[in-house]
Design a protein around this ligand. Structure first.
Ligand code: NAD
Length: 489
């Protein structure tokens, strides 16, 4: 059994203190991971600081920095099968999703490699030719990064690549449920020639290593992806040091199905929008708002589709959905569904664990459709983070928009309609960082991703994601050769 270790200052470290990582499809131990503490976080932050200030990463010609990042992408592609296999076992990803995500991670490194040379400033207009005035963007320094378990390897890339492309150095802590692929990354960073200390990885729990990183006074920025609850805690920790934050948090995204929608597009958007990675996706469309005149027929057909979804061994290429990440998360899903039933929803399909010899001790839940919900119920307001779709009926378009916006979250939203005007109105009025029309869950590395309201602060992906890791500076120069006229002189 492998022990995954910290990667600090270009070397693998630790391993005396460990914790177990579990394969969610079997419930059995998959590996051991080093358990980082304040000590390892301190070592990693110091290494990152030294690499930023003394090793010259920030001042390296962007072209050379870009070449190193491109070599990281190449190293990832050369080990893609191994990384994907580890992700299947450690995170319960289906083999198809795992392979696709390794490639998305490589593309993220490539994309930000291309941006290392892009213009980073503007020249501002001046009142006289004797002045020159410009704005530049500079790297911030040391970036602390904390990520969740649902997209482990993709998120290492989406966070580290823009941080490094901007000239920063970084310390990343993966989730305790899924430390393995982050544990593999260190060797690939060395192979690509990333200088020691530029990217450091400390494994461990949230309460210990995560809290130590969030509380560190040595960071210039803290980037966190995870639940809104923990986001609020890390933001308070960062506030004590006035550390800048980017937060990508939870969601309860609404998907509005209008009566005029193309039926096949709408069914696919509803099913894929909710079920991707067994619903363990921050932007999942977990509130389905269906127009009254098609409500019954639409849900009947959707229930049939949910029943055809193959849930099981994620290593089998025929499997559509793999396991839930842990027994704890499975119990949480069961608790949410039970609370919905107590509040009066009907289980149209699913609503139970999947067990039996083929499932072993793994954590599987049947795709579940809850009908007859109201937007004030717990199943409509809280993230369930499982394959559970809450369905709410609406009468007219304005009401649908109001229900969609009546949520503490604002990560994403969707609308299915053939009416172009309705689609544009929805795109403008929905309070969310991403709006999908006749589709769902489509993200791109070159387009921004961000949460409104309690779904986040700051932005990732795109050029905006690069700028989010840089500080602005304004420079004013006097070219006249004359002193400033001060105090009447
Ligand atoms: P989580 O908030 O429990 O944990 C996220 C990370 O924070 C983990 O690495 C964990 O170890 C760490 N952590 C936990 N307690 C901490 C503390 N006190 N101090 C510092 N760090 C701590 O989230 P999760 O269960 O791993 O992931 C699921 C959540 O992530 C969902 O709410 C989901 O919506 C959200 N998410 C959001 C996005 C996005 O881009 N908006 C993407 C993926 C996941």
């Amino acid at each position: 059994m492998k022990t995954y270790r910290h990667f600090i200052n270009g070397r693998y470290e630790g391993g005396a203190r460990t914790f177990e990582t579990q394969n969610p499809a079997t419930g059995r131990r998959f590996g051991l991971a080093a358990r980082g503490s304040k000590r390892e976080i301190g070592m990693a932050v110091d290494a990152a600081r030294a690499a930023f200030e003394k090793a010259g990463w920030a001042d390296l010609d962007g072209r050379l920095r870009g070449e190193i990042l491109r070599r990281v992408a190449r190293a990832i592609r050369s080990r893609a099968d191994e990384i994907a296999a580890v992700e299947v076992a450690d995170a319960g990803k289906t083999v198809g999703d795992a392979r696709a995500e390794v490639e998305i991670a490589a593309q993220a490194w490539d994309y930000y490699a291309d941006l290392t040379q892009s213009a980073v400033g503007t020249v501002n207009s001046v009142p006289s030719p004797d002045q020159f005035d410009y704005t530049i963007r500079q790297p911030m320094g040391v970036i602390g990064i904390i990520i969740p378990w649902n997209f482990p390897f993709v998120l290492t890339a989406l966070k580290l690549a823009p941080a490094l492309a901007a000239g920063n150095t970084a310390v990343l802590k993966p989730a305790e449920e899924t430390p393995a692929t982050a544990g593999l990354l260190g060797a690939l960073l060395n192979e690509a020639g990333v200088p020691p200390g530029v990217a450091n990885i400390v494994l461990g729990t949230g309460e210990e290593a995560g809290a130590a990183l969030a509380q560190s006074g040595g960071l210039d920025k803290l980037v966190f992806t995870g639940s809104t609850e923990v986001g609020s805690i890390v933001m308070s920790s960062a506030a004590r040091n006035i550390t800048d934050v980017t937060l990508e948090l939870g969601g309860k995204s609404a998907n509005i199905i209008c009566a005029d929608a193309d039926r096949e597009q709408a069914l696919a958007s509803a099913a894929f929008g909710c079920l991707l990675h067994s619903g363990q996706c921050c932007c999942a469309g977990t509130r389905l708002l269906v127009e009254d005149s098609i409500y019954e027929a639409f849900l009947e057909e959707l229930a049939r589709r949910f029943e055809r979804v193959r849930v099981g061994n994620p290593a089998d290429p025929r499997t559509h959905l793999g396991p839930i990440i842990s027994e704890r998360q499975l119990k949480r899903i069961e608790g949410c569904v039970a609370s919905g039933v107590r509040e009066g929803v009907q289980i149209l399909t699913g609503g139970e664990r999947l067990s039996g010899p083929a499932k072993g001790k793994g954590f599987f839940y049947r795709p579940t459709l809850l009908g007859g919900a109201r937007n004030d119920m717990k199943v409509s307001r809280e993230e369930i983070f499982g394959p559970v779709l809450t369905c709410i009926r609406f009468d007219d378009f304005d009401e649908a928009i109001a229900i969609a916006n009546d949520s503490p979250y604002g990560l994403a939203a969707g609308v299915c309609t053939r009416d172009l005007a309705k689609a544009h109105h929805a795109a403008r009025r929905l309070q969310a960082g991403t709006v999908w029309v006749n589709t769902f869950n489509g993200l791109a590395i070159n387009a921004p991703f961000l949460g409104w309201k309690q779904s986040g602060i700051g932005v990732e992906r795109g050029v905006e994601g690069l700028h989010d890791h840089m500080r602005l500076k304004h420079v004013r120069m006097d070219l006249s050769g004359k002193p400033l006229a001060v105090y009447g002189e």
